[in-house]
Design a protein around this ligand. Structure first.
Ligand SMILES: [Ca+2]
Length: 343
């Protein structure tokens, strides 16, 4: 009886081994899955402002400088606001964050107030930038034309006098790889990514804009009512923006004018920081919505999950083959040993 029980236990051993190593393999697969899974795809964006990208009162540090921020042109810094242009003709001014963004995805909230003496005629507006080269005085709402990056334009004056598909004030976006011209006389209609009408000018209270770049989507939300509620302006998918670009805000007046006041900037990273980023010449902003069909490229991140899935399947397959092989080897070894003992 004892001998039979021993034989039975010994023949069961390979099965126990097989179960044990299957569990180990399963654990390994779970670990692999956890490592390859992109948490950004599943977790909602959280807003954690980064100090080096934030501009709040009191603006000035020691002396006349603002830590991590540069200002130029007609910009005036006061205790309560940063005035990019006064309500006077032909002014151009701006501020920009001297610390480049180190994350792929981010969010920026800007508090502002655009106001002046004009009741019917005023202009020209301001722009929020995420650009490779720090903004400097130029013709596109106070920044240089043929910029590389993204501009979100808060346009208060309709330069185009023809039939308009929208009214003003108007918010629009533009993604540029450095080759496109912003046509000021046409209000940038031909290079527009998307836009919305929004009465953000002439408010007594603070107005706010929220720009989010997340999962290759640009989302613009606005709070102009002062009710602390975000209202959708536009959302565009299929946008690629490289990291390590600079954030800035510029404004301009021409024949018409306004006070363009920035009250605060709060910025947050929505993905882990990227260290040791080496910029490449061909790593340029892209947007499916405005690129010609032949030049349309899939966004950088969209190809990654497929590649990860492929490697995961290969890993799982290899693990199963290894477990089966090892189990079979143990089983035959045990069988040989049992036979030796029996004979
Ligand atoms: Ca305009």
């Amino acid at each position: 009886m004892f001998g039979k029980q021993k034989i039975k236990m010994m023949t069961l051993r390979p099965v126990v081994f097989l179960l044990y190593y299957s569990l180990v393999a399963l654990l390994a697969i779970v670990v692999i899955e956890c490592q390859v899974k992109d948490p950004l795809r599943d977790t909602p964006a959280t807003f954690t402002p980064k100090r080096e990208h934030t501009l709040t009162k009191p603006y000035q540090g020691a002396g006349m400088t603002i830590p991590n921020w540069e200002f130029f042109g007609s910009t005036i810094v006061t205790n309560n606001y940063i005035r990019l242009t006064q309500d006077a003709q032909s002014r151009q001014g701006g501020i920009w964050n001297s610390m480049p963004y180190r994350s792929k995805y981010w969010q920026v909230e800007v508090g502002f107030r655009i106001h002046g003496q004009g009741t019917e005629l005023y202009g020209d507006g301001f722009a929020i930038w995420y650009v490779r080269d720090p903004p400097q005085v130029g013709p596109v709402f106070g920044n240089q034309d043929y910029f590389t990056g993204m501009g979100i334009f808060f346009d208060t004056y309709a330069n185009q006098q023809g039939v308009h598909s929208h009214g003003h004030p108007y918010i629009s976006g533009m993604i540029n790889n450095g080759t496109m011209h912003y046509d000021h006389d046409m209000d940038g209609t031909h290079s527009e990514l998307a836009g919305c009408e929004c009465k953000f000018r002439g408010s007594d209270h603070e107005t706010r804009a929220l720009i989010t770049y997340y999962n290759d989507e640009i989302t613009i939300k606005i709070d102009v009512e002062g009710d602390n509620e975000w209202h959708d302006c536009f959302k565009v998918t299929g946008v690629y923006l490289p990291p390590y670009y600079y954030f800035g805000i510029t404004a301009a007046t021409g024949d018409l004018s306004d006070n363009h006041d920035i009250l605060y900037v709060k910025a947050a990273m929505l993905s882990p920081p990227i260290y040791n980023y080496a910029p490449k010449d061909d790593d340029l902003p892209k947007a499916d919505a405005i690129a010609p069909p032949s030049e349309r490229l899939e966004s950088h991140s969209s190809g990654m999950p497929a590649l990860r899935r492929f490697f995961m399947i290969v890993c799982i397959g290899a693990a199963i083959i290894a477990v089966c092989g090892f189990g079979y080897f143990l089983y035959t070894s045990q069988l040989r040993n049992t036979r030796k003992r029996l004979y």
